[in-house]
Design a binder for this molecule. Structure first.
Ligand code: DX5
Ligand code: ZN
Length: 230
């Protein structure tokens, strides 16, 4: 083979996705209960993340933990089946993202996944009155979806409380998840308001010691839960 000198210096570009598996393993070993998988389409939200192949790759890598897929996409009905097949355990769609919310939730359950419904900060909680029989989890957004690292919107506190009160009346088994700007400094208030499933992106992945951060989040949340039962 003749050797050839390129005018272009060689560049090696490892895909950052290659590290996703090990980092997910690291955060699970540090005490996470599940992985929250944010899917953004640059249409429903002004940002783009990743899709089905990445979830499939994590499963192939050997990740067995529950995968909680948060679909921030227009027309979620086109992705539900593929995500279920790729190994999602729970799939959450946004109320604002489709005219076919009821059908989507039913489809998620039919595929053997837990169903979740996310509500943006200005979406009336009353929609839950018509959907609770198809729901395992309600996601009360605590930021405007699309970007990690935003500040928690205080208006979310009374919404979490009101959602918990409404669900206690309609279907007490439905969980309440919160997503956006949750930190060690506010997790106690969030849990005291009624949340039981906590998404934390920047707070965990931005810290040096995942294990310590998760333990501290748990400790603060635990204090709030004790206060509730006292
Ligand atoms: C935002 C996503 C969130 C977010 C959480 O649209 O749904 O899951 O990335 O990140 P933090 O915890 O940084 O707000
Ligand atoms: Zn999310």
């Amino acid at each position: 083979m003749t050797s050839h000198t390129s005018r272009h210096p060689l560049r090696i570009a490892p895909s950052n996705l290659a590290q996703l598996g090990p980092d997910v393993e690291r955060v699970l070993a540090a005490g996470a209960d599940m992985i929250h998988f944010d899917v953004m389409d640059n249409c429903f939200v002004p940002n783009l993340s990743f899709g089905v192949p990445v979830l499939a790759a994590l499963r192939k890598h050997g990740i067995q933990a529950p995968m909680d897929v948060h679909l921030m996409v227009a027309q979620p009905e086109r992705l539900i089946e593929e995500f279920a097949e790729a190994g999602a355990n729970a799939i959450t769609i946004h109320y604002e993202s489709t005219p076919h919310v009821d059908r989507c939730l039913q489809r998620i359950r039919d595929l053997g996944c837990q169903s979740g419904l996310a509500l943006n900060i200005s979406t009336p909680l009353a929609v839950l009155e018509h959907l609770h029989d198809k729901l395992d989890m309600v996601l009360i957004m605590t930021i405007n979806p699309g970007f990690g690292g935003q500040s928690f919107l205080p208006l979310a506190y009374p919404r979490i409380q009101a959602a918990r009160a409404l669900l206690d009346r309609l279907a007490p088994g439905i969980r309440i998840q919160v997503d956006g700007g949750v930190k060690r400094s506010n997790i106690a208030a969030v849990v005291a308001a009624g949340a039981d499933t906590i998404v934390a992106g920047t707070e965990i992945f931005g810290s040096d010691d995942y294990q310590q951060t998760i333990a501290q989040l748990r400790a603060h949340a635990g204090q709030a839960q004790q206060g509730m039962t006292a």
